[in-house]
Design a binder for this molecule. Structure first.
Ligand SMILES: [Zn+2]
Length: 434
């Protein structure tokens, strides 16, 4: 997207926030449900009439949205769309009437199962409105200085590690090039520029926080920190907030754009953005109490509707789901991460990512890590940090053997060479056997 179009759609998003989203966030339960019902009804009928995948699917199950969809509960009649089925039917999920005007987004292809989602302009405007609302919750005002450690990768030698955009008063930094060694350069630049907000991947901001602590670099005047696109591990949040002396406002979404959860200034959990998508939290025997699968339907994207899409992510929900901020958008406690995020032990058993995060949390020397499994009975742990001694490596190795089993071949790679997606997003667990 060129910058003019980007700014134009952003402007329309801000207007959508002012006219609509700032009000709907206080709607009562029934009014929100009515709004969602109307939107889903339209979406189902359009999908039935205009998209091959849904026409075939609805016919095969004898579901006519014109007559068979009379309440939100009726959506249960439509089967859940798994990632596998969506990937196999990508081209048949596109609405040809929107093909020319829609925007294209690719999911990060680190694991090889790429997915291209098509987003209508209207959906993109809603997305910008939701982003704006989230920033407003964090206290942001137009042209507040924001340092953004993402969305920029220098091209060629003419471009440096950062780039200023005057229109919105953003300073973009390359997340792709950030590491423990050059972090001081980033930190000093940010310190001198004095932004009110930091925005970036949790793993990037964690590196900055760890290194700011080590070099005793203080960033004065920060009002808030905006994270998105990766799981915000509890120890990341803790470190980022304590070092930078301000709160994190996390965002959860997916490239498939089915639902967004956002954290408000009360910091009691994440609000479900009910105007963006319809979220179903579904119990599953494989999950612990209070954990649910996130299945969601985008309400505004007619270009490539994903109806009842199983995101593969897990939400943790508490009984108390009202937020003290007064907004009526429902609350979940946190995101537990992906249900398919695990590696295999020496005998083939699954080792959940959470187990590995807990292990890494104990190592204060480690600034960045990534587990990669490409072969059976073998795992690579890539790490970068400050003062990683042989003793640290031995402890790591022993802890890994305990989890993966004695027959596991363990390689620890300290070269700082991580597997990154295009813009520098770093998945902490890469399972290529899965
Ligand atoms: Zn709230």
């Amino acid at each position: 997207m060129n910058i003019i179009k980007d700014l134009f759609l952003t402007y329309k998003g801000i207007k959508y926030y002012r006219d609509t989203l700032s009000k709907t966030q206080y709607y009562d339960f029934d009014k929100t449900r009515d709004l969602q019902y109307e939107k889903i009804k339209t979406l189902l009928i359009k999908s039935f009439n205009e998209i091959k995948f849904y026409r075939d699917l609805f016919q095969s199950i004898g579901f006519d949205p014109n007559s068979d969809f009379n309440s939100l509960e009726d959506l249960d009649k439509v089967p859940i769309l798994t990632k596998k089925v969506a990937r196999e039917n990508q081209s048949n999920l596109i609405n040809p009437n929107y093909a020319d005007t829609s925007l294209e987004f690719r999911t990060s292809g680190t694991t090889g199962d790429k997915f291209v989602s098509y987003v209508s302009e209207n959906q993109w405007i809603v997305e910008q409105g939701i982003v704006w609302r989230h920033w407003k919750w964090a206290g942001y005002n137009f042209r507040d200085k924001m340092a953004i450690i993402r969305s920029y990768v220098p091209e060629g030698e003419d471009e440096g590690l950062w780039k200023y955009e005057r229109m919105r008063n953003f300073m973009f930094f390359s997340a792709y090039h950030l590491n423990a060694k050059n972090s001081k350069v980033y930190l000093n630049k940010i310190k001198d520029w004095k932004p009110k907000f930091l925005r970036g991947y949790p793993s990037s901001l964690y590196i900055l926080a760890k290194m700011a602590e080590k070099h005793q670099i203080k960033l004065a005047g920060l009002k808030g920190i905006l994270t998105a696109s990766e799981t915000l591990l509890p120890h990341y949040r803790e470190k980022i907030e304590s070092v930078f002396g301000t709160k994190v406002f996390d965002w959860y979404g997916q490239a498939e754009a089915t639902i967004v959860f956002t954290e408000c200034e009360a910091h009691e959990g994440m609000h479900i953005n009910s105007e963006y998508g319809y979220c179903e939290l579904i119990e599953d025997s494989s999950l612990d109490k209070g954990e649910y699968k996130i299945v969601a339907t985008n309400l505004n994207n007619y270009a490539m509707p994903l109806i009842r899409y199983d995101t593969g992510d897990i939400a943790v929900v508490e009984d108390q789901n009202k937020c003290s901020c007064g907004r009526t958008l429902p609350l979940i406690k946190s995101i537990k991460g992906r249900s398919d995020d695990f590696l295999f032990g020496d005998d083939g058993r699954e080792i959940p990512s959470v187990n590995l995060y807990t292990m890494m949390y104990k190592f204060d020397e480690i600034v960045s890590f990534q587990f990669v499994q490409e072969k059976e009975q073998e795992v690579i742990l890539k790490i970068e940090g400050t003062n990683i001694t042989n003793e640290v490596l031995d402890t790591l190795r022993n802890k890994m053997l305990k989890r993966f089993g004695r027959d596991m071949k363990i390689n620890i790679d300290t070269s700082g060479d991580f597997i990154l997606s295009g813009e520098g997003k770093k998945n902490p667990i890469i399972n290529r056997l899965n």
